[in-house]
Design a protein around this ligand. Structure first.
Ligand code: KIV
Ligand code: NA
Length: 270
């Protein structure tokens, strides 16, 4: 049986080999990702990718627990992290503890991720002191889309120093890794060099200690959504569309089912 990656193993990769991460929301996708990646994230992006929500703001604890449980059943060796949804941790360290403990005990994940820098540092320290490994997330934080005014690149110019301070505060508070989303490459590199824990980049350049993508994006499954930072490794959406069109045509032309798909009156003798 293979060693199960822990948050401590992820932390120890700083300055070593790059950390490969992807999201997963279901058991079969978790199995595929677990075979190759170091860390699997049940991202609250599932609200948009799976449930058709306009942003991650409407994602609930119940959704994260349901998908977290499904993903946990498909994981044998990767480190499993579940996102804390909007509204489940911002009020107080106590609220965050209550909900992070639920996510961990009900799904079996090894860590939680939450968005925000300086203003979340106290909460991160509170959780870590009580047995909950925490991954931070700064730069573009999609739960704050309504105050950020869209999904723009963050940290250009003067703002870069602020985001670096946010990442440093999370590391100082005990986060075992920090996601950097949609930053200039130079800022991703600078933060990676400045903080003692791994940076996991998504649109933050190749110098980050690891990379993460939404698996449906890199597989070409999530519609026409093509952020600049995604490399499409497959076009599964196109394949699925072709397959479904062929099936519907076959049904209408009575080409499906074929002779190999039918059952005889009698069980065939050996
Ligand atoms: O929700 C998500 O999928 C994420 C990653 C893209 C970092 O937070
Ligand atoms: Na997220």
């Amino acid at each position: 049986r293979q060693h199960r990656m822990t948050p401590s193993d992820i932390l120890a990769r700083k300055g070593q080999a790059p950390i490969a991460c992807l999201t997963a929301y279901t058991t079969p996708m978790a199995r595929l990702v677990d075979a190759h990646c170091d860390l699997v994230l049940v991202g609250d992006s599932l609200g948009m990718v799976l449930h058709g929500l306009p942003s991650t703001v409407g994602v609930t604890m119940e959704m994260m627990i349901l998908h977290g449980k499904a993903v946990a059943r498909g994981i044998e060796r990767a480190c499993l992290v579940v996102d804390m949804p909007f509204g489940s941790y911002e009020e107080s360290p106590q609220q965050a503890m209550h909900n992070a403990a639920r996510l961990m005990s009900e799904t079996g994940c090894q860590a939680v991720k939450l968005e925000g820098g300086l203003h979340m540092a106290e909460t991160v320290a509170f959780l870590v002191a009580r047995g909950i490994p925490v991954m931070g997330h700064v730069g573009l934080t999609p739960q704050a889309v309504n105050t950020l005014g869209g999904y723009k690149v963050q940290g250009r110019g003067e703002d870069g120093a602020r985001i670096e301070a946010e990442a440093a505060a999370l590391a100082e508070a005990g986060a075992f890794a920090v996601v950097l989303e949609k930053l200039p490459q130079s800022l991703g590199a600078r933060i990676t060099g400045a903080i003692p824990v791994p940076t996991i980049g998504i649109g933050a350049g190749p110098e980050c200690d690891g990379q993460v993508l939404v698996v449906d994006d890199m597989l070409g499954l999530f519609g026409d959504f093509r952020p600049k930072f995604v490399r499409r490794y497959a076009e599964l959406g196109d394949s699925a569309s072709d397959a479904i069109a062929a099936y519907a045509e076959d049904v209408r032309a009575r080409r499906f089912p074929g002779p190999e798909h039918v059952f005889a009156d009698q069980v065939a003798r050996k």
